[in-house]
Design a protein around this ligand. Structure first.
Ligand SMILES: [Zn+2]
Ligand SMILES: [Zn+2]
Ligand SMILES: [Zn+2]
Length: 392
């Protein structure tokens, strides 16, 4: 039983409408992803994670030592390491040795896709067509990552292993929100200026990896493009971190003022050290497709926010403003910094990445603002200023 309904609103399309009043901080729903996957470079750089749910599989000490490239780094209060419970249940696929946080995750992976996806001894063989595809993707998509071709690889295994292929395809189609003649813009954003060549190269590698009668519906250029576009517009970023979880836990501990100050200094010091070496790449990162969450529209003044409180890929949608019965539930597709930008800048990002013109209350109230980009505009956003706006 959900406290909302998904409705077609004229002029707006599919919308999630609340059927209950929510207070700030209240959970609206929780959802497991349809599919999720750690980013390719993130995995290659040694951010160990459960192959199914993305839970980090290194202790907070291992985490900070790797991130700071310093094996002498010590973390106080190790008894608050959030990873202790699941590292005790840590398990592996006996054939390919991919790691899972629990037997539950291993079994769920096996039942959904891993029977097909398991590459056994070829898991680390660079010449295996799936690894070759991943390498091609990695060369086109350096960090910071926003997607991975491996999400599509997993979807293919899910399809092959599914005993209700009709239903699987229906779920997949429910993500589609692409307008055909704007597809190129999406690839441009995902793959950069050489996107046409790269798309071709990826497609060839994809067909080599899935030269399979059963997947013929996906191994044609149009279907592949549709899959890529679907990933581009629907995937939700997922980030987990043993360090951040540990900080949250120890910061809530009752302790004398003096100890608190010392702990805060220690935490600052750890962040400085990991920041020096790992920069902004502190988290286990990946992306997922969520059947419900992907149906929520954007607003520049959102009343809900997606959170990942369990250090895995389960999304928990929380109210960040009071929500009335009958009100639309909206999240922001933009990050905090992007939300602070001018109406023109926000609309530009939304149009390029998600293909719509925002009509939220904030954008409407700023409709008469001059069409200027914010001062803190990223350079890369100006690069394609001469491109035609896709709404024109
Ligand atoms: Zn797991
Ligand atoms: Zn395996
Ligand atoms: Zn807006």
């Amino acid at each position: 039983m959900y406290s909302f309904e998904i409705k077609e609103i004229p002029g707006k399309g599919r919308s999630m409408i609340s059927t209950k009043a929510f207070a700030i901080g209240e959970t609206i729903f929780e959802e497991e992803p349809f599919v999720s996957r750690q980013f390719s470079w993130n995995a290659a750089y040694g951010y160990k994670a459960c192959d199914h749910c993305m839970r980090p599989l290194e202790t907070v000490v291992e985490n900070v030592r790797r991130l700071a490239n310093n094996n002498a780094l010590v973390v106080p209060l190790p008894e608050y390491d959030p990873t202790t419970p699941w590292l005790q249940q840590f398990t592996q696929c006996p054939n390919c040795k991919v790691r899972y946080c629990s037997e539950d995750c291993r079994m769920e992976a096996l039942n959904k896709y891993h029977r097909i996806a398991c590459m056994g001894a070829f898991h680390t063989d660079d010449t295996h067509p799936i690894n070759a595809l991943n390498e091609i993707w990695k060369k086109m998509h350096y960090p910071p990552e926003t997607g991975t071709i491996m999400l599509i690889v997993r979807l293919m295994a899910m399809y092959k292993q599914s005993n209700n292929k009709e239903q699987f395809l229906q779920s997949l189609q429910s993500f589609q929100s692409l307008i055909v003649n704007t597809e190129q813009k999406i690839y441009h954003k995902m793959l950069g200026e050489h996107f046409e060549q790269q798309m071709e190269q990826l497609f060839v590698a994809f067909c080599r990896a899935f030269a399979d009668e059963e997947l013929a519906a996906f191994t044609n250029a149009e279907a592949f493009k549709a899959l890529m576009g679907m990933i581009g517009t629907n995937s939700q970023g997922i980030a987990t971190s043993p360090l951040a979880e540990w900080v949250k836990k120890v910061s809530d501990l009752p302790m004398p003022e003096g100890d608190k100050t010392k702990l805060d200094e220690y935490i600052d010091d750890i962040y400085n050290k990991v920041g020096e070496f790992a920069g902004e790449f502190l988290n286990t990162e990946g992306a997922g497709l969520y059947l419900l969450q992907s149906k929520i529209n954007h607003s520049c003044v959102p009343n809900a926010h997606s959170t990942f409180p369990y250090s895995n890929d389960i999304v928990v949608l929380k109210a960040v403003a009071p929500i009335q019965v009958g009100e639309e539930i909206c999240i922001s597709y933009l990050d905090e910094c992007q939300l602070e930008r001018s109406r023109h800048s926000r609309q530009k990002i939304l149009k390029e990445n998600y293909i719509f013109v925002c009509q939220c209350p904030k954008c409407q109230s700023q409709a008469t603002d001059p069409d200027e980009t914010s001062e803190d505009e990223d350079d890369d956003m100006d690069m394609d200023d001469d491109d035609a706006d896709m709404s024109d």
